[in-house]
Design a binder for this molecule. Structure first.
Ligand SMILES: Cc1cc2nc3c(=O)[nH]c(=O)nc-3n(C[C@H](O)[C@H](O)[C@H](O)COP(=O)(O)OP(=O)(O)OC[C@H]3O[C@@H](n4cnc5c(N)ncnc54)[C@H](O)[C@@H]3O)c2cc1C
Length: 399
């Protein structure tokens, strides 16, 4: 039988690795991804400040897969009922079971001028572009505006603030959020700690600030006068990729979309056993993957034995947020259990989780490189003046 996994991100890659371990040898596993590399997307914003990190967070699939076949193809359409996929070059793929793990794209909400004048941040290439634009277009007293204060917007603002500080100039970094608070989907305590961290780093945060349109010099807000800018980064929303359709499909806790096709990670709106919606984060995608892997295994075994009895019971995903980790430039905010950490303690937690993820998907040497980069332990710094920094996790703990 052939199992096709579409998208090799935090959802698709751990799924493929689990299927490699659990499916019988005669089953064929195909991973379809437009890219030749797995992107460690939760670190992409860091490339804005340190472009050299790019090579540590783009890991060739061939180094990560055991027996699965990686096909580098752009998926145009998936028919989950017919179990066929069509690629941009016109090729098609038929499969017996599959999983849609294609992630999301940036949503510009058709706001006039925003797509044309703002850079989104989804890929390493976007981060490199933001780095170059900053150096080319932002003067010493310039203004960078980040639209959308969710997980990525906060982290982007932090990186740009640190980039500007490295240049030692009076650049203003403004973070706009249309809701009354930053990170509206986060618990209140981490939201407050993040706001404190942004304020402490001198980032100009404006809530109740709804972007309506932009031209090449000004962003118009619904509530206020226009804001003049030199660089505009847009992290204001996400939407389905075209291959998935018009909206992110909703799936129940079994992650099942149709008879033999599953959908999870950012690509789907997953509702867990208790009816809670899971947020679009790397953390949830990685934890959904084993559920999908086990359900695919059970259904294929049932198909193979084919005795016509009842379908096997399927595993269910139970959303369990173990913690929250957000970096803000050289700082970070972490929620571990009931405790909020800031400063180097939070940075250490964030870095170790990132390295732990890389190790878990088999990219041990990349994990080591990333940790070296993070703590300036002597390789590839883009900042020739940067000083090695000892790791000290003892400071700045808050209730
Ligand atoms: C800047 C930034 C910072 C973030 N920080 C954090 C964080 O600190 N913590 C956290 O938990 N989450 C974070 N996230 C969110 C996290 O990265 C996503 O939730 C996670 O990547 C979702 O995993 P996924 O597998 O669903 O999608 P992705 O990781 O996006 O993977 C999708 C895969 O599908 C492939 N693909 C897409 N479309 C096609 C197509 N048409 N044809 C073929 N292949 C295709 C892509 O190449 C990609 O490999 C961050 C996101 C960003 C952008």
């Amino acid at each position: 039988m052939r199992v096709a996994v579409f998208g090799g991100g935090y959802a698709g890659l751990p799924l493929v690795r689990a299927l490699e371990r659990t499916l019988p040898e005669e089953d064929e596993i195909v991973l379809v991804d437009a890219s030749s590399t797995h992107t460690v997307r939760h670190e992409v914003h860091r490339v804005i400040r340190r472009p050299s990190i790019a090579e540590d967070i783009a890991i060739p699939f061939e180094d990560l897969l055991d027996r699965a076949d990686h096909r580098q193809q752009q998926v145009d359409e998936i028919d989950p009922e017919a179990r066929t996929a069509t690629f941009a070059d016109g090729d098609t793929l038929e499969f017996d079971a599959g999983a849609i793990c294609l992630g999301v794209e940036t949503e510009f909400y058709d706001l006039p001028g925003v797509r044309e004048h703002a850079t989104p941040l989804r890929t390493i290439e976007h981060a490199e572009q933001i780095h170059e634009q900053f150096h080319e277009t932002v003067p010493a007293d310039g203004h960078v505006v980040v639209g959308g204060a969710g997980l990525s917007g906060i982290q982007v603002a932090g990186e740009i603030r640190a980039l500007a500080d490295n240049r030692g100039e009076g650049v203003t970094v403004t973070l706009l959020e249309q809701a009354a608070t930053i990170a509206p989907s986060f618990p209140a305590d981490i939201r407050e700690a993040l706001r404190d961290e942004l304020d402490a780093q001198g980032i100009d945060v404006r809530t109740n600030a709804t972007v309506e349109r932009a031209d090449d010099a000004t962003i118009e807000l619904a509530e206020d006068d226009g804001i003049e800018y030199d660089q505009f980064v847009w992290t204001g929303g996400i939407r389905s990729t075209r291959a998935v359709g018009t909206g992110r499909p909703q799936v129940p806790s079994t992650l099942r979309l149709t008879d033999r096709v599953f959908a999870f990670g950012d690509a789907a709106r997953v509702v867990d056993v208790d009816g809670r919606g899971a947020p679009a984060t790397a953390h949830t995608a990685v934890r959904q993957a084993p559920v999908a892997a086990e359900n695919i295994r059970r259904l294929l075994e049932y198909d193979r034995t084919g005795d016509g009895g009842f379908e096997p019971r399927l595993k269910r995903y139970d959303y369990d947020q173990l913690g929250w980790l957000v970096s803000v430039g050289d700082g970070a905010v972490a929620k571990v259990g009931p405790q909020i950490l800031r400063g180097k303690a939070a940075v250490a937690v964030k870095r170790s989780v990132g390295a732990g993820y890389l190790t878990s998907v088999g990219a041990v040497s990349k994990a080591v490189d990333l940790v070296r980069e993070e703590f300036d332990l002597g390789t590839k710094s883009d900042d020739p003046d940067s000083e090695p920094e000892a790791l000290d996790v003892s400071d700045e703990r808050e209730e």
